[in-house]
Design a protein around this ligand. Structure first.
Ligand SMILES: *Cc1c(COP(=O)(O)O)cnc(C)c1O
Length: 392
């Protein structure tokens, strides 16, 4: 029985189903990895952001268990009152070294990190890429700044918008480093140059860059060889390649000092749990030591993407292991995903509002957890369904 005052939810859900945008959330009955159990069947996992296969790595499990015995399960409080443990400080030291910055601040998630930083900066004007992640959009909504949305990855349009807003005192440019739906990379080298001309702060969200781009997966800064604080604020996540959960901000000492006084999710929401922190430290240590997993991720991505293109699929403009398979209509993309699952392949369709209308797609996520046979199985499934649905 739906109460009359909740009827609007029913009609909206019906509308979503009609246009193929209702998201059927699958329940996973196994640990993360190359293969998953869904509804009792074993399926190839092409959905997770577990780029390096660390979510179920023995070193991370070992360290998390050890710390459970020493520190328990909960952080006890928000960090600014009584929730900062030596463990959190250790993580921040390890993250700062990994990213090559002065300091960093661990937060509950990448999403939260954007809510911590953007309102705290309290800019007069914000210049934000049209395709920025939802957590950036929501962070911007929490401010009173004048908004300038520039064309996706267009430094020319960014410069024009900066010129238009040049009288604003405090200016902040925000961009994803890697765009999660297309896999393309922001021209951060050019963004920092134009930012300099207009004395604007640069904030880059490297959620899909850490563990993926740069030497040993150090991320977007290393990818562009920007090691001298050109990026004022870097947002990171511990929930993707790092394999755990959590987020962080990386930058100068003064930035981190400032955020510890001003970042509301830092001040009003409890800290990461001890096992999360221990596992994240273990993950960064693996990356520091050895880049085998990062290399394998890229080999897998190149192999899979080339095969799909050779078959005739359009993989968009990806430059990273994020692999969009462009379909067009949301309904067709959703049918494609369902048929793939019947073939034992788990790859989600993505439609509006996550991507623009008419640009629905399947997004396949590659991982170092995949072996070549796994990828071959995936490629064969895509070919079969692509032919059935007249896409290739
Ligand atoms: C995934 C993602 C986030 C959110 O990270 P979580 O740690 O999962 O909250 C933030 N920003 C971007 C660009 C992302 O892709």
């Amino acid at each position: 029985m739906v109460k009359p005052k909740q009827e609007f939810m029913v009609s909206e859900l019906n509308r979503l189903r009609e246009v193929g945008l209702y998201n059927n959330i699958r329940t996973i009955q196994s640990p993360q990895g190359a293969w998953l159990i869904i509804d009792g069947s074993k399926v190839l996992n092409l959905c997770s952001n577990n780029y390096l296969g660390l979510a179920n790595h023995p070193d991370l499990i070992f360290e998390a268990k050890k710390i459970l015995d020493e520190f328990g399960v909960g952080p006890g409080a928000v960090r600014s009152i009584a929730g900062t443990m030596t463990l959190h400080k250790d993580l921040e030291r390890v993250l700062s070294d990994f990213k090559g910055v002065e300091n960093s601040l661990a937060l509950q998630s990448g999403f939260v990190a954007n809510q911590a930083v953007i309102p705290a900066i309290d800019a007069d004007a914000i210049f934000t890429d049209y395709l920025n992640h939802a957590s950036i959009i929501d962070g911007v909504r929490l401010t009173k700044a004048k908004r300038f949305i520039y064309e996706h990855n267009s430094v020319e349009d960014l410069a024009a918008k900066l010129e238009e807003g040049k009288d604003a005192e405090k200016k902040l440019i925000i961009s994803d480093g890697v765009f999660s739906m297309d896999g393309d990379i922001a021209p951060v080298d050019e963004i920092v140059k134009v930012a300099d001309e207009y004395n604007a702060l640069v904030m880059i969200d490297d959620a899909h860059g850490e563990g993926v781009l740069g030497a040993h997966g150090r991320g977007i800064g290393d990818h562009f060889n920007l090691h001298n604080g050109e990026i004022d604020i870097e947002i990171g996540t511990l929930s993707k390649a790092i394999g755990v959960v959590g987020g962080f901000v990386a930058g100068s000492n003064v930035l981190i000092d400032y955020l510890q006084q001003k970042g509301r999710p830092f001040l009003f929401s409890s800290a990461l749990t001890p096992p999360d922190v221990a596992a994240a430290i273990a993950a960064i240590k693996i990356l520091e030591k050895d880049d085998t997993l990062v290399k394998k991720l890229w080999e897998n991505a190149k192999y899979f993407q080339k095969a799909l293109k050779d078959i005739g699929f359009d993989t968009g403009k990806t430059q990273t292991p994020i692999t969009p398979i462009m379909i067009g209509e949301a309904k067709v993309a959703s049918d494609f995903s369902k048929k793939l699952l019947q073939e034992g392949i788990f790859a989600m369709s993505i439609g509006f509002p996550t991507v623009p209308k008419g640009e629905a797609r399947i997004r396949a996520m590659l991982s170092a957890a995949h072996e070549k046979e796994d990828l071959d199985k995936g490629i064969a499934g895509f070919e079969k369904v692509g032919k059935q649905l007249n896409i290739i």
